[in-house]
Design a protein around this ligand. Structure first.
Ligand code: URA
Length: 239
């Protein structure tokens, strides 16, 4: 974040006043006087004004939620439906979901107040991997699965190559369990892809996002990412 913004967020001064303090040479970052308000600083940097340390007010927070069906992935809903934030208690940080899962989809959803991280994790150029389990209607044949692998036309987009495995044929109920690994995240992508091969999704669960797994975490519960996991995400999105 820009130094002037950092100081303003910490309540030291308004952004304009912070710029003045900086240009007057009264601000140091890690022991060095910095005179450009646009200088970028990170949470771990030590910032002082007139020699006093500036406390970092909003530290970064990263949560992994096992989203149950029935919750929407927004901060607030205009129709007062339950949102994923209703599942989080006692956390001061202004969290928002990293990307979206449909209301009826379950599985891993990250929440953070780190805007840059959220932006990168959802930006197509980073090709972040997502793994889904999709229960589909009917049992797709090899040709249909190959079509999904190579890419299908959904609306005006041709999907990127995807990993597709047929995990289980549920012959008795005429359904199949597929595992799909995508590097894109168009809205409703899995459902649209499966509809395109005439095997609509009956139930959808996201098992993995950016190499992080929902694992044993019960539905509706969340946990903080470990320091190692956060470092892994930083490396993944080149932050
Ligand atoms: N694809 C979908 O169709 N829905 C989701 O919730 C996620 C991916």
């Amino acid at each position: 974040m820009r130094l002037a913004k950092y100081l303003a967020r910490a309540g030291v001064a308004s952004r304009r006043q912070a710029e003045v303090l900086i240009s007057e040479g009264r601000v140091e970052v890690n022991g060095q006087v910095v005179e450009k308000p646009q200088t970028l600083v990170e949470d771990q940097d030590k910032v002082t004004v007139n020699g006093s340390l500036v406390e970092n007010v909003e530290s970064k927070c990263y949560l992994l939620l096992h989203k149950p069906p029935g919750y929407i992935s927004t901060v607030k809903d205009t129709h007062n439906r339950p949102t994923v934030l209703d599942l989080i208690n006692g956390i001061e940080a202004r969290l928002y979901p990293v990307g979206r899962l449909d209301a009826d989809t379950s599985g891993i959803l990250l929440l953070t107040n780190d805007g840059e991280m959220a932006f990168r994790l959802t930006h197509p150029s980073f090709q972040v991997k997502k793994k889904y389990l999709a229960l589909v209607s009917g049992i797709p044949n090899r040709e249909s699965l190959d079509t999904l692998r190579k890419g299908v036309a959904i609306e005006n987009h041709h999907t990127a190559p995807a990993g597709v495995k047929l995990l289980e044929r549920k012959v008795q109920i005429n359904k199949a369990l597929l595992e799909l690994t995508l590097i894109e995240g168009k809205k409703g992508q899995v459902k649209k892809m499966c509809r395109a091969i005439n095997h609509p999704v009956v139930k959808l669960h996201r098992e993995e996002f950016a190499g992080l797994k929902v694992g044993e975490l019960p539905e509706g519960k969340y946990r903080f990412l470990s320091e190692q996991e956060v470092k892994w995400l930083y490396r993944l999105v080149k932050l």
